[in-house]
Design a protein around this ligand. Structure first.
Ligand SMILES: Cc1ncc(COP(=O)(O)O)c(C=O)c1O
Length: 457
């Protein structure tokens, strides 16, 4: 098995950083100017955390490609971290938005698009009641609140390695089996230890023990973990999880923000799940800020009873722009014309082409790396095996290799994600795009192992 020489790795990283700086003068100039008004030169702090020495400034994007201000074209396998899973500016969404934008965008009242969307979501995901938020984070926030109303309990049970957005209740991880607050969570208002419990994925005994405490309102989980490398549910895990939550009257919330990559019905359909609530943000409006959450008839009855008991406006959920008409138009167009069976067939076929190609390259170099796929999402790891939980999945983490990997691809016209080693495949991603990705993967493996690589930039 080839050894990865760390000095070689850091020489490669320096060379790639220099190359990026030399070839992205316009992005660099805009970054300098932006520092005059945007804190640290970006709209959000994490935008400086890409692998590049400074952020790319983007000119535009269509389908599977984006352009930066220096005139470079990228094949986009990041797809806005699933926000643009169905490609940039899908034509039906762009057209629906233009039409809606010309005739009022927000009213604080329902319209017919809202009914159409509710019916389409019920048909697709099976749950009878749907509501709207502006982000997946907020959809999760509201789902948790609903679970608290229904159960009269407060805590959230989570799986180690999860990410469900910027919720204080969820930003934690296990350290030697003990839950610790995530130190990168900015200004939490309350200790996570007071609101949450956390166990490893696939550990049903730990789930049962946590639920036995009697204070858990809901389990918030993804069908398969996607934020620490792909971790798949083991045989029987979801059935046992559902049985345990039912037995203790705990709400099961399935977060489909990423697992919607699995197919038109997301991970719920893929694994045959039967949750009390589903949340779905990110690509559901084709790139427009919107999210949906749905719940069962039983949950609906409890919420109705609670709402009927109020003698003032309901608060603590949603906001002025939630359920706005522009978002409704975008979700309607996305559900009807973009998130189709045909689109998913293409995405899955091309993602398989990527997965098979990468697996062959890894084997060819005799590297200990591995690749896994959930529908249109392909994740690479620097280790092998099939992890059962986040601790196992993250045992091979290599931040320096990650950084080089993403920058190496960026310098060769391929955008990978900011946070993890994943490639997302859209309905617009072509076989040629996949082959280019795989050719760069081959070049990367060659560069890192140093077998024959001479193109040190
Ligand atoms: C599974 C999951 N849920 C929710 C979120 C939060 O999404 P957003 O940042 O769009 O609110 C994320 C973000 O990556 C996620 O991975």
């Amino acid at each position: 098995m080839p050894q990865i020489d760390r000095r070689r790795l850091s020489a490669l990283l320096t060379a790639e950083q220099d190359h990026f700086t030399e070839t992205h003068g316009a992005s660099r100039a805009l970054f300098e100017r932006a520092k005059g008004s945007l804190h640290r030169g970006v709209p959000m702090p994490w935008m400086t955390q890409w692998a590049s020495p400074f952020p790319l400034f983007i000119e535009g994007g269509k389908g599977a490609h984006v352009r930066d201000v220096d005139g470079h074209d990228y094949i986009d396998f990041n797809l806005a971290d699933t926000g643009a899973l169905f490609g940039h500016s899908p034509t039906p969404v762009a057209e629906a938005l233009a039409e809606r934008a010309a005739d009022g965008m927000t009213f604080m009242l329902p319209n017919q698009d809202a009914i159409h969307v509710g019916e389409a979501l019920t048909a697709r995901f099976g749950l009878p009641h749907w509501q709207f938020a502006l982000s997946a984070t907020d959809a999760n926030r509201f789902a948790i609140k609903i679970a608290r109303v229904v159960t009269g309990r407060r805590r959230v049970l989570l799986f180690n390695g999860c990410y469900h957005g910027g919720l204080d209740e969820t930003l934690a991880h296990l350290e030697n089996g003990v839950m610790r607050a995530d130190p990168a969570n900015m200004g939490p208002g309350i200790e996570v230890a007071e609101t949450s419990r956390m166990v490893e994925f696939n550990d049903i005994a730990a789930v049962e023990a946590a639920l036995a405490e009697g204070d858990v309102a809901c389990v918030l989980c993804e069908p398969a973990l996607t934020n620490c490398g792909l971790v798949f549910p083991r045989e029987g895990f979801h059935e046992a999880l559902r049985a345990a939550t039912r037995a203790s009257g705990v709400m099961l919330i399935i977060d489909e923000a990423h697992s919607i990559c699995a197919g038109p019905g997301g991970g719920v359909a893929e694994y045959g799940l039967d949750p009390d609530l589903i949340t779905l943000g990110k690509p559901v409006a084709g790139g427009v800020a919107a999210a949906v959450y749905g719940y069962s008839a039983a949950v609906g009855e409890r919420i109705t009873a609670w709402l009927d008991g109020l003698d003032s406006f309901v608060t603590g959920i949603g906001g002025t722009l939630s359920g706005n008409a522009l978002a409704m138009a975008a979700i309607r167009a996305t559900l009807d014309h973009v998130m189709t069976e045909a689109a998913y067939d293409h995405m899955t076929t091309q993602a398989m082409r990527l997965e098979v190609g990468v697996a062959e390259i890894i084997a060819g170099y005799g590297l200990p790396w591995s690749v896994a796929r959930l529908g249109a999402r392909v994740e690479y790891r620097w280790g092998g095996g099939e992890p059962a939980n986040a601790t196992e999945a993250l045992s091979d983490a290599d931040p320096e290799l990650d950084r080089l990997f993403r920058l190496f691809f960026l310098n060769r016209g391929i955008m990978l994600t900011i946070f993890y080693n994943v490639a997302l495949v859209s309905p617009a991603t072509s076989a040629a795009d996949i082959d280019r990705h795989n050719a760069v993967f081959d070049e990367f493996a060659d560069a890192v192992t140093g077998l024959s690589y001479t193109n040190l930039r």
